[in-house]
Write a protein that binds this ligand. Structure first.
Ligand SMILES: [Zn+2]
Length: 378
């Protein structure tokens, strides 16, 4: 696991130096991941907003229907109120007519009574004398009384009719008031629902603009994602290893003082793996890049001295790297593109070294190989 992680780290390092100054593949991949999670967050936010909008629209429609229904009810009540008012007016006319009729009847009645009274003024005896006998007098008195009773009855009936009409009117007025009260409560309900609806519509407008904004953000993120994808693609394609074969790294010097494989280390005297080949040469002689590539390391190492690593790219998923150690000087710098056979350093004996030589390695996927398999010995 540790090896794998280290491998990944070095793998990342190899990609880390390219024409992209300061940007590494892992930077790009991290960015892609970041943009990916931002895209997911943005998408779920849009979905959430759309859901909120859906609910708000549903509620707004419900309010709209309620307002419609209330408006219909108000219309209905208004027409009922108008009808009742009409009926009340009609009753009022009738009551007035009745009153007028009673007034008229009363006047006539009074007139009759007055005549009787006037007749009465003639005096009891005279009336008696005028009568054809006591019987006639009694009869006349009787009829007078009957007439009064009859008149009173008619008036009473008239008053009853009037009272009834007035009662009816009162009932209608009460009914009208009742309907008006209901109507007012409906009107208030409509106002309140219209207020809620207006708030809902404002909210929907806000959500709509939020959705629009978030979708813009999403689109921008998609574009960014696409750009990073292309960048990664370009990054990888630039590093494709298309070699016709590596060249010997120390021109004019072909002797190998220490081959690749297990050996006793010349300084530590311990049995250790020798991960490259040692090519002795005079100090200051050129060290050349075994192939086209990019310098990914040009630094000091306690064991390797002035150390250079050249990345040659990827072929069939395999990374190709070469290592040059113990140099006396660098002729290239980190991140620089180099050509096959280009002088990249000068022979030296820096670091853990017993004499001027190049320690040369060929690495496939960062695992050391026998360099003679890749570099033809002159
Ligand atoms: Zn060596």
């Amino acid at each position: 696991m540790k090896k794998l992680l280290l491998g990944l780290l070095v793998f990342t390092m190899i990609f880390s130096v390219n024409a992209h100054a300061g940007t590494t593949l892992s930077d790009l991949q991290n960015k892609q991941n970041q943009v990916g999670s931002q895209l997911n967050a943005s998408k779920s936010k849009v979905n959430k907003l759309k859901n909120q909008k859906k609910n708000a629209v549903y509620e707004a429609n419900k309010l709209d229907r309620q307002i419609d229904s209330l408006t219909d009810q108000i219309k209905n009540y208004n027409s009922k109120i108008s009808n009742t008012k009409q009926n009340i007016t009609e009753l009022e006319v009738k009551i007035k007519e009745e009153e007028a009729a009673r007034e008229k009847y009363n006047e006539e009645h009074k007139d009759r009574l007055k005549k009787i009274y006037m007749a009465g003024k003639v005096g009891y005896v005279q009336t008696l004398l005028k009568s054809k006998g006591a019987d006639d007098f009694l009869k006349r008195t009787y009829y007078t009384q009957k007439m009064v009773e009859y008149d009173n009855g008619i008036v009473k009936e008239m008053i009853d009719v009037e009272e009834k009409l007035k009662d009816n009117k009162l009932d209608l007025v009460n009914k009208k008031n009742e309907i008006e009260k209901l109507n007012n409560s409906k009107k208030q309900a409509v106002r309140s629902q219209q207020n809620s609806l207006s708030k809902k519509l404002t909210y929907i407008k806000q959500v709509n603009s939020d959705i629009e904004e978030e979708e813009k953000k999403y689109k921008a993120l998609m574009a960014e994602n696409e750009a990073i994808k292309n960048e990664i693609k370009a990054y990888k394609s630039k590093l494709t290893y298309n070699s016709s074969g590596m060249v010997w790294p120390v021109p004019g010097y072909s002797r190998i003082s220490s081959p690749y494989g297990m050996r006793i280390h010349p300084i530590s005297k311990k049995k250790r793996m020798h991960t490259g080949i040692d090519i002795p040469a005079a100090k200051g002689k050129p060290v050349v890049s075994a192939d086209d590539g990019v310098v990914i390391t040009a630094r000091w190492s306690n064991s390797y001295g002035k150390l250079l690593l050249v990345d040659h790219g990827v072929k069939n998923g395999v990374t190709y790297t070469t290592k040059y150690a113990h140099n006396s000087a660098f002729k290239v710098s980190n991140g620089q593109k180099v050509k096959k056979g280009q002088t990249i350093a000068l022979i030296g004996t820096t670091g853990w070294s017993t004499g001027n030589h190049l320690h040369f390695e060929v690495l496939l996927n960062n695992k050391d190989q026998n360099p003679l398999k890749y570099v033809p010995r002159p």
